[in-house]
Design a protein around this ligand. Sequence first.
Ligand SMILES: *Cc1c(COP(=O)(O)O)cnc(C)c1O
Length: 232
Amino acid sequence: MGTIKTALQAVNGHIRATEAACHRPAGSVRLLAVSKTFPAEAVQEAFEAGQRAFGENYVQEGVAKILALADLPIEWHFIGPLQSNKSRLVAEHFDWAHSIDRLKIAERLSAQRPANLSPLQVCIQVNVSGETSKSGCRLNDVPEIAHAIQQLPNIQLRGLMCIPEATNDDTALRRQFRALANCLTELNAHGFGLDTLSMGMSADMPIAIAEGATIVRIGTAIFGKRQPTEPN
Ligand SMILES: *Cc1c(COP(=O)(O)O)cnc(C)c1O
């Protein structure tokens, strides 16, 4: 009872303290609560504690929660790997998608976005670690994809997202977050008005905030440990 609320307060406190320690304005980092694998009741509990933005990784699971909680003014973010055959559900139900790693999926989302909804807010996911197993486009490919996305009518490019290497090596993490931040700076120097760096999870949040994160995606620190086998 009350554990999600307590955890949320602790995470928000940690974010505010880290902003201050990094000389960043209070409130410049938004918390995205990653509710994957947890039931709609857990999302509702977090909502009642004041949280408004939630992230989901699996399309059907996310849509089920969106429909179950349709009467709450929640901002829903899709953050998982996105296959073409699932893009319509994302276009129809989510407010944001962080995991755009190729133009084709962006074109589908724009074409499938219902006319009565505001444009889907998107980030390009970049593979900053260079691991072959990781999703995300290459850093070198970001400008071309970003230019093409800007031409699409029903999605709005907001920035970049990354999942760094799973490592305890702070130097490596810092280097990877910095590469994403530099890429955003470079795009904005070429006239893109991008405001979003989606980076930082429960284990590496302070480093991500130090390197300029504007959205941190936090699951475990709010909802607890997930079951080891996740549906997809
Ligand atoms: C699961 C997940 C998170 C949250 O990770 P935690 O370690 O539980 O905070 C963030 N981003 C993405 C893309 C995820 O899949």
